[in-house]
Write a protein that binds this ligand. Structure first.
Ligand SMILES: [Fe+2]
Length: 447
């Protein structure tokens, strides 16, 4: 009898339809709410995406493989899974975050990094799950958007390491980093039991979520560097056109970094391309690699194109201006909300929302750099360097809406109702009975 290996994962729920993904241990028919799909095979793995149609109300669902019920699991402490179609005019509630190392939810792993070197802190995603467990179905978020680093291929969890060691000699390259499809399939399974490149869009009521693959689609030829290739960019600008109440861009790498970090990366890219000669170029390339300077600022043509696109949207050239344009990001292992001001007559409010990590620890060296990225002296100095190397003035300015960036394990929630929008950041901690919980860090009305 076929069994579930991973899932079910509710990938999407619209007004009347949803898709549910599973991995099974053999080929079979997968059934959810009377809709079926056959599995397909990749290597030795079997997957199915069931397209569920005809939804109109919140409903519980089961998963059947060749007619046998496999989900919910017998004796599970969790309530049954539900699919919640988004009703017209309903407040859209979207939870987002990034960067998570999977490890048991117990000491030493729940300790802070400075208490134990294995410590990752309390997992904000796990704490979220614990809070949602007791929530009425109609209060549940409509979507969870994971913006990046759901796994770390160069730093696999313990179970995956054991699998790698049984499979090959990890003393030889590529060592303990996962290397092929089998190993990627395994690391996802290990990280999500308890890469392909895609940009995609989802319409949630009158809100469009446009996910940009800022990892796998890059063009890295010096002189023609870009975050995505021309074809993908054409697709992105096309999908950013229309009449929306809110437009959300999802990009793992933030578009708007701390300004000093932004200028530093634009300067380094100019040096790498030879603006200050060969020796400077070699130094800049070393600096780029050692500091992972790979954000939008380091692909300045793509940054400028993205800002240009946003300007067109905000000024109504691509349909009615949305009330808000929000860039949702993760990756940088700290969180913040920045408000941006465009130079032309923008009618939309533009924000950069960064929520990271769900569970990880930032090495001290980087937190020092990040901590100064919003400080005036550092901004002035790095902007001057960028200008001297030939970087043109940016057509927008941005600043934090709060005092300092957040370094806790965290999760954020965006609530969109009509033309108004609110964001809340929460950190994971332990309550008095040592159970994981969420504590409010900061909230702000965007429009
Ligand atoms: Fe990360």
């Amino acid at each position: 009898m076929p069994e579930l290996v991973l899932g079910p994962l509710l990938r999407y729920a619209g007004a009347t339809e949803a898709t549910v993904w599973v991995e099974t241990d053999g080929s079979c028919e997968v059934e959810v709410l009377g809709c079926t799909s056959s599995t397909f095979r990749v290597g030795e793995h079997h997957y199915a995406i069931v397209h569920v149609t005809g939804l109109d109300e919140i409903c519980e669902y089961e998963v059947r493989l060749d007619g046998e019920k496999v989900w919910p699991e017998a004796g599970s402490p969790f309530p049954p899974g539900v699919i919640r179609p988004l009703k017209n005019g309903e407040t859209l509630k979207l939870v987002f975050g990034s960067c998570r190392i999977s490890a048991p939810h117990e000491p030493p792993y729940i300790l802070a990094h400075d208490e134990d070197e294995r410590g990752l802190g309390v997992d904000a995603l796990y704490a979220t799950a614990m809070e949602l467990r007791d929530m009425p179905s109609e209060d549940l978020p409509h979507a969870l958007v994971l913006l990046g680093d759901q796994i770390y291929a160069h730093k696999p969890p313990f179970d995956t390491l054991q699998f790698l060691n049984e499979r090959r000699n990890t003393a030889d390259p590529p060592g303990e980093a996962v290397a092929d499809f089998e190993e990627y399939a395994r690391i996802y399974r290990d990280a999500w039991s308890d890469g392909t490149r895609w940009s995609y869009h989802r319409d949630l009521g009158n809100t469009r979520l446009l996910m940009i693959d800022s990892r796998g689609g890059r063009v890295l030829d010096e002189g023609h560097r870009s975050m995505v290739d021309a074809e993908e960019w054409a697709w992105i600008s096309d999908k950013a056109t229309g009449d929306f109440d809110h437009l959300l861009f999802g990009t793992s790498l933030p578009l708007l970094l701390g300004p000093a970090m932004h200028h530093l990366q634009t300067w380094d890219e100019r040096l790498c391309s030879g603006a200050w000669g060969e020796r400077a170029a070699r130094w800049a390339e070393g600096f780029r690699r050692s500091q992972d300077l790979d954000r939008w600022a380091s692909f300045h043509d793509s940054f400028a194109a993205m800002v240009g696109l946003i300007q067109e949207i905000a000024s109504g050239e691509r349909g009615d201006s949305p009330s808000t344009i929000s860039i949702l990001s993760g990756d940088v292992h700290h969180g913040y909300l920045a408000k941006a001001t465009l130079e032309n007559d923008a009618k939309s409010r533009l924000h950069q929302l960064v929520c990271s990590p769900l569970r990880n620890a930032l090495p001290n060296k980087k937190s020092y750099l990040q901590g100064h990225a919003w400080a005036k002296p550092a901004i002035h100095a790095t902007r001057l360097l960028a200008r001297l190397s030939g970087v043109t003035r940016e057509p927008l300015a941005w600043r934090l809406t709060h005092e300092a960036t957040f370094f806790d394990n965290q999760v954020a929630t965006l609530e969109l109702e009509g033309r108004s929008a609110t964001v809340t950041f929460e950190k994971a901690s332990l309550d008095a009975s040592k159970e994981p919980t969420l504590e409010r860090l900061y909230g702000c009305r965007l429009a």
